[in-house]
Ligand binder design. Structure first.
Ligand code: 9MG
Length: 290
């Protein structure tokens, strides 16, 4: 599948009418998506926002710092994490979406692979789905097509439990790109509108340091598919491996990675540190490169 072929298919979506957020995603300026993990065990902030009140306050703080979007997730995808049950995930995510939808002034995304959580979160006020499994779970494609919301399709090799056990590729950029192109076609065939699609190479998901660096260096291979590209490098181990820093000291490295990503065409930066990332974008915009 070539990029041109994917873009040609991208005229074929038949789902509900254009979602207002899809226009924002294509506004031509990079967006900052603040991370709100409502899990007891995420890799960089696990447990910090696992009560409703704390989660809502943090979501409002992310919005006040300048987030364009807040991504709310109830499943930790750190390597080796135990998946929550459906009930656990619904109980973590839906009340936070509901409360924030009434208070935060920015759109909310739900980070989930389960169609039941997608439907419940959108009913509670979420405007987007972020799926690290790229809608491969049964019912997920149909749910997103019916809901008519934008969706981020992310690449992951294997599952969170095993993804960092000796990940291998012949050509990481070509293989990740081919996977995303295939998922784009599956979405279009299921009736998802092309303007609702965002793609993401999935930094740190079944990738070594070399794989992650190769993907960042070749980000334009993904932007050429014709869909906005989301990048999540904030505080990740790739930043730690490059800088020798522990998770709490990875802000400078994360900002450098965000800068490189935007210069190579990223449309959405998924980050913990919204205000600092906004500053990077402000400086870039002043010199006309963002
Ligand atoms: C949930 N999640 C954690 N890391 C991520 C990344 O890099 N991209 C996306 N889309 N989601 C992520």
């Amino acid at each position: 599948m070539t990029g041109t072929a994917v873009v040609d298919r991208a005229t074929a979506g038949t789902g509900p009418s254009t979602h207002p957020l899809s226009r924002v995603l294509r506004a031509g300026r990079p967006l900052v998506c603040g991370i709100l993990n409502v899990t007891p065990d995420s890799f960089s902030d696990g447990g910090l926002f696992d009560s409703l009140d704390r989660a809502v306050r943090h979501g409002c703080a992310l919005a006040a710092e300048g987030a364009d979007l807040i991504d709310i997730g109830g499943e930790s995808t750190r390597p080796g994490a135990r998946p929550p049950t459906l009930t656990e995930e619904l109980d973590r995510v839906v009340p936070v979406v509901e409360a924030l939808a009434g208070q935060a002034t920015v759109p909310l995304s739900v980070d989930t692979s389960r169609p039941e959580v997608m439907r419940a979160a959108v009913a509670a006020g979420a405007s987007m789905v972020n799926d690290v499994r790229a809608l491969q779970r049964p019912g997920a494609l149909a749910a997103v097509a019916e809901l008519g919301v934008p969706v981020c399709l992310m690449h992951m090799q294997r599952a969170p439990e095993t993804m960092q056990e000796d990940p291998r590729y012949q050509d990481v950029v070509a293989e990740v790109r081919a996977f995303l192109a295939e998922r784009v076609v599956a979405c279009l065939d299921a009736g998802v509108r092309p303007e609702n699609l965002v793609i993401d190479p999935g930094f740190g998901f079944g990738k070594t340091l070399e794989h992650n660096v190769a993907l960042l260096a070749s980000l334009d291979a993904f932007t050429r598919l014709g869909f906005p590209v989301m990048v999540g490098l904030s505080r990740k181990s790739v930043v730690g491996q490059l800088t020798g820093r522990t998770v709490g000291d990875r802000l400078p490295g994360s900002l450098a990675a965000a800068l490189v990503a935007v210069q190579r065409g990223a449309s959405v930066l998924r980050v913990h540190d919204v205000a600092a990332t906004r500053d990077v974008l402000t400086v870039l915009a002043a010199v006309g490169t963002a």
